[in-house]
Structures are given as C-alpha cells and as structure tokens.
Design a binder for this molecule. Structure first.
Ligand code: ZN
Length: 134
C-alpha cells in the first residue's frame, strides 16, 4: 500500500458554527464551508493547512458516531486520515494482514472522496481513515 500523506485530522465538535472560530478567526485558516454527509450522520467543514487539512465534524443526530464519540470522550481529535494511492488495494492488503476494518469496502465521504475506516482495536486506539481522492 502506498500512503501519500496525512490527508486530514478529524476533530469532533458540538457545533461547527461555534467551534470554527478558533480555527478561522484565531489561527487564520480558510473556512471552505460545510457539507453534510447524511449516510454518516455528520456535517463536516474543511480548513486547508499546507498539504493537509483540519476537518471539523458535527453530528446531525444524537445517535451518530460523532455524537457518541463526544459523549464518551468529549470534543477533540476523533480520527487521523491518510491519503492512499489506491484504497481498494490498501484494504485488500490490510485484510490479508488480518487488520480489523470498520469498512470492508470504501464508501463515499465528504468532497466525493473514497474513504474507509480501520478499527481502533487494530491500531492502538486511533481511529484511522484511509482516503483516496482522484
Ligand atoms: Zn475524515
């Protein structure tokens, strides 16, 4: 598998409107607007930082994965996303190595990227996302 870079850091917030002030007003990062990914029950907002991005995540329902994360751990870094050259190959390789996956098949995330999550039990407690952008 070829990992190209850290694509983004996913940060869980209660409210993008309230949470983005620090990132845009104080750090001066460019706010590109938000997008709701209904299937994942989340609204996301991206802030480019050099070659990577900060992604804020706000749950759209109380039972969504981001809401559950905040309930358990509070607001903060929820996942690390690596950009891979070929996500299908990467998942096949991980499966072959016996790595527990949340997504056996890629799904479509924000911005039309192909994404898949690895299980934190297989990664030392870090929720890892793979993404491929064409
Ligand atoms: Zn992400």
């Amino acid at each position: 598998m070829k990992i190209l870079k850290i694509d983004h850091l996913g940060i869980a917030v209660n409210s993008i409107d309230q949470g983005r002030g620090f990132w845009s007003d104080i750090l001066g990062l460019h706010y590109e607007g938000s997008e709701t990914v209904a299937e994942q029950k989340v609204t996301t907002a991206f802030f480019p930082v050099g070659e990577s991005e900060v992604e804020l995540l706000e749950s759209v329902t109380p039972d969504g994965p981001v809401a559950k994360f905040i309930e358990k751990k509070g607001e903060g870094i929820q996942h690390v996303a690596f950009r891979v050259e070929n996500i299908d190959e990467a998942l096949a390789e991980l499966k072959q190595k016996g790595v527990k996956l949340i997504d056996e098949q890629p799904r479509i995330g924000a911005g039309g990227a192909k994404i898949a999550f690895l299980h934190p039990k297989a990664t030392g407690g870090v929720l890892v996302e793979l993404c491929q952008r064409d």
